[in-house]
Design a protein around this ligand. Structure first.
Ligand SMILES: Cc1cc2nc3c(=O)[nH]c(=O)nc-3n(C[C@H](O)[C@H](O)[C@H](O)COP(=O)(O)OP(=O)(O)OC[C@H]3O[C@@H](n4cnc5c(N)ncnc54)[C@H](O)[C@@H]3O)c2cc1C
Length: 385
């Protein structure tokens, strides 16, 4: 019997398992229904990291995580592997028209108070720094000067799994459909094939599919799967120094090698529940392309090379992760609902979850405890992309 059983082996489950084994010598079993991770958010992520959040807890998690990512080759080394994630830090650039300027200034004040390395740029400063950017309609930009960029997220997920396995963590294939409980303790997970897997503590790390597992324990986890489409663009244009740009319209783009990745808010909630193969090509043709070409005239000449979609594991209450003890249980926990910023937070959250489960304190994630839902306390993240 393992000390800890995790349900779901995406980046949150893998990171938590890895830190439990590495830092606390725990025996750990991860139960994952699809070991190919084909539909897991962790396989379909844009894997970018920023410090520009509205909530101090998110800033703290990303600050901890970027430091970890910079030293990942040492942190997650195994006898035969030193993981390389290709981390680059060109920053995020939030753009605002006059209507959005006060909001951007408010966020800047919060971020500066938290020590974020971020600068406000006037349209003239934006043009000087990014000559390929159309700034006529802009009032302000907010550029992260360090600690923001992107990396190979699936490689991070793999590195957590490999390190965990090297430390003895077992990854079992199984579709968890329920739990056995005694008073305020969970005693086992139940798999669809009838297997019962017992343990000392239990963690729901099932991403967008966490809600039914919470319900099986009588706990509401308000997390739903929300599809997001990503378009891979080829262009002869060069955009020197291009950060991850968030247009006032909500559309975003960033380079990936010689390619451009771009996406934006879905068209209506209906599109959110669609299957992942159901890419909304019209979103690109009707909205994204005209917006991109107006913002970066050089991108008028581009070709869609491919596209993919993945599910955000959206916490519909306040768009922030739920990380900590499950209310009403002495030995059950969750880390889910990170609403599109879970890849970058997985190092800090996994580290903190492991400390919590091992009986220590976890100040980094204290504000994300699921108990806040019962207390009626919403921790709304304003900066959700
Ligand atoms: C298009 C897109 C872009 C994104 N961009 C970014 C970004 O730029 N930066 C960022 O930080 N984050 C980003 N994210 C979000 C990030 O990828 C997720 O927050 C993160 O991967 C969530 O990890 P997870 O382990 O919680 O969930 P998942 O990776 O989805 O893992 C959950 C796992 O649980 C398993 N599971 C579910 N139910 C059961 C069950 N009953 N029994 C057993 N196993 C089960 C699933 O098979 C799955 O493997 C993006 C996501 C998408 C889709």
């Amino acid at each position: 019997m393992s000390d800890v059983i995790l349900v779901g082996g995406g980046v949150m489950g893998a990171a938590t398992a890895c830190f439990l084994a590495r830092d606390h010598a725990a025996s750990v079993t991860v139960v994952e229904r699809d070991p190919s991770y084909a539909q897991a958010s962790s396989s379909l992520s844009l894997s970018s990291i920023r410090q520009q959040f509205s909530q101090p807890v998110n800033i703290a998690l990303s600050r901890w995580s970027i430091a970890f990512l910079r030293r990942v080759a040492d942190e997650l080394a195994t006898d035969d592997d030193r993981p390389a994630l290709g981390l680059v830090e060109p920053g995020y650039l939030y753009l605002a028209t006059a209507a959005g300027e006060p909001g951007l200034r408010d966020l800047h004040a919060v971020q500066r108070a938290e020590g974020v390395d971020v600068a406000l740029l006037s349209p003239a400063e934006l043009s000087a720094r990014f000559p390929w950017l159309a700034t006529d309609d802009l009032a302000l930009g907010s550029l992260g000067l360090s600690g923001e960029g992107w990396f190979d997220g699936p490689a991070l997920h793999r590195a957590f799994r490999r390190k965990a396995q090297a430390l003895g963590v077992r990854f079992l294939t199984g579709d968890v459909v329920g739990f056995d409980t005694r008073a305020d303790r969970v005693t086992a997970v139940r798999c669809a094939d009838g297997r019962l897997i017992g343990g000392g503590a239990f963690v729901i790390t099932a991403g967008a599919w966490s809600a039914p597992l919470g319900a099986a324990l009588g706990v509401t986890l308000p997390v739903t799967a929300r599809k997001r489409d990503v378009f891979v663009l080829e262009t002869p244009a060069a955009l020197p120094g291009c950060p991850l740009v968030i247009d006032p319209s909500g559309f975003w783009f960033r380079p990936e090698g010689a390619l451009i990745l771009a996406g934006g808010p879905p068209r209506g909630e209906d599109a959110c529940d669609a299957p992942l193969h159901d890419i909304d090509r019209g979103l690109f043709e009707d909205l994204l392309w005209p917006t991109l070409a107006a913002r970066v005239p050089a991108l008028e000449a581009l070709r869609v090379r491919s596209a993919w979609a993945g599910y955000y594991e959206m916490n519909d209450v306040d768009h922030n992760g739920l990380a900590g003890a499950l209310p009403g249980y002495a030995n059950a926990y969750t880390a889910c609902g990170f609403s599109g910023h879970g890849m970058q937070q997985s190092p800090a959250v996994g580290y903190s979850m492991a400390r919590l489960i091992a009986g220590g304190d976890a100040p980094l994630i204290a504000a994300l405890a699921p108990q806040r839902l019962l207390d009626g306390h919403r921790l709304v993240e304003a900066n959700v992309i």
